[in-house]
Design a protein around this ligand. Structure first.
Ligand code: AMP
Ligand code: GLY
Length: 423
């Protein structure tokens, strides 16, 4: 089958790398892709945000399967568009339709879903400009720190955690009255602060059945010791050492199963990944957020642990028979360390020549923000390259990632030297 992957990051290069190994693959396309995906497939520079352009790309390249990497096209309804077009009837999509994508696209929708299906999550209330005063009163009744979340997609910046009540009220006004995050903060969820350690779980579901993927933990802050600004993720580890069998079973019973059953009870036709952002509080899992896609850089550690042919899994998912496949994983640990542009997550320069990738022999180099320019690989984003390694445990894998990184250079390259420090 011919496959089109939507997206351009490390997640998409990793999916392309895995799909490229499939015996079911005909031709592989990535839109827009990066310098890494160009080595194993064909990058399409069509503007796929325009669904009619996407349709032409699907038809011109005889695509049978579209795998959606990031959340934005899903929230905008790319799956609905493909499903509704008579010319695209034969095309399968991995990624939920618009309605189900609200699990990520609207914090309020996700919270209401969790409450309705008894899924453990922080207590909350939601507010609009009209109920600002009630929001102030709600904040007054909470203990600090105060957690404020813009309802809609805000490029990972919509969650603000503050210690001071006055600042929290000011932030709430800015979000609601001054539209700090635009339309995304026309509603705000305020919730109880949960104190614990974070990790993530992933499933692929056909709406009825699901397969568990490995757990992972990512490192979101730019600075060592989890300090400084939030990023998309600076590194990841899989499996999560503190999530033992018992705890994973608890997650399955209290979070994963009720979520899949909830989709069915609510009549949500869901075909794709679910990423459970969890926090472990006193040995109990709570859901911090749902994402309707895989994580980045979590994909760079979970997909390399998958032994089964990914296209075979996608094929049975598309025919809603995920119960019929046995999925196997590599028992080893996998880690990734992200190399980023100096200045990221604030302003940074692009176009720096990257050298030494070809000298990495004992790790897998996944491209995130890279491009080809005059036959050279150059930086083209904040997060540039993820260096993934296997090991008997996460420490051995990390040691290998750090050794491999020594081969790679670009001007103002930065990375965290302490991934896994808290494990
Ligand atoms: P989100 O975008 O929902 O993943 O939130 C971003 C980050 O904010 C999470 O990864 C957590 O570190 C933190 N966070 C969100 N909600 C809470 C909460 N209720 N209690 C503590 N931390 C939270
Ligand atoms: N690494 C977090 C995310 O993909 O949302």
């Amino acid at each position: 089958m011919n496959v089109l992957i939507l997206g351009s990051g490390g997640r998409e290069h990793t999916l392309a790398w895995k799909i490229n190994k499939s015996k079911k693959l005909g031709k592989l396309f990535i839109a827009p892709g990066n310098a890494g995906t160009a080595e194993i497939g064909t990058n399409l520079d069509s503007d796929i945000a325009d669904f009619n352009v996407l349709k032409a790309a699907i038809l011109n390249n005889a695509i049978n399967l579209v795998v959606v990497g990031p959340e934005a096209p899903l929230v905008q309804g790319v799956h609905d568009f493909i499903a509704a077009d008579p010319d695209l009837k034969h095309v399968a999509v991995i990624g939920p339709k618009k309605y189900g994508a609200q699990l990520e696209g609207s914090k309020k929708f996700a919270k209401e879903f969790m409450v309705r299906h008894n899924i453990p999550t922080a207590q909350y209330k939601d507010f609009t400009k009209e109920t600002l005063e009630e929001g102030f009163a709600f904040l007054e009744g909470l203990q600090p720190p105060y957690v404020l979340k813009a309802d809609g997609l805000a490029a990972g910046k919509g969650v603000v955690i503050l210690n001071d009540l006055k600042e929290a009220k000011k932030e709430l006004s800015e979000m609601l009255s001054n539209q700090k995050f635009g339309e995304a903060s026309s509603k705000v969820v305020i919730e109880e602060f949960l104190d614990g350690i974070e990790m993530s779980c992933f499933v692929l579901t056909d709406g009825k059945h699901y397969v568990n993927l490995p757990s992972a933990k990512d490192y979101k802050r730019i600075g060592e010791g989890d300090s400084g600004l939030n990023t998309g993720g600076m590194g990841a580890v899989s499996p999560v050492p503190f999530a033992d069998e018992d705890f994973l079973q608890k997650i399955e019973n209290k979070v994963i199963k009720p979520t899949i059953e909830g989709l069915q009870k609510d009549g949500i036709d869901y075909q794709g990944f679910i990423f459970f952002g969890l926090i472990k509080v006193k040995d109990e899992p709570y859901v911090i957020e749902y994402n309707v896609r895989l994580g980045d850089p979590e994909t760079e550690v979970i997909i390399p642990r998958l032994k089964t042919d990914l296209l075979e899994i996608f094929e049975v998912a598309s025919s809603k028979k995920l119960n019929e496949i046995k999925v196997e994983f590599d028992e080893r640990s996998v880690t990734t360390v992200m190399l980023v542009s100096g200045g990221y997550p604030e302003d940074y320069e692009k176009g720096k020549v990257i050298s030494g990738i070809e000298n990495v022999k004992d790790s897998i180099v996944f491209h995130a923000g890279t491009a080809l320019k005059d036959d050279k690989i150059v930086t083209n984003g904040g997060r540039v390259i993820a260096v993934t390694s296997y090991g008997k445990d996460f420490k051995e894998a990390l040691k290998q990632s750090y050794q491999s990184i020594e081969h790679i250079t670009f001007d103002e390259m930065y990375f965290r030297r302490d991934i896994g420090f808290d494990l």
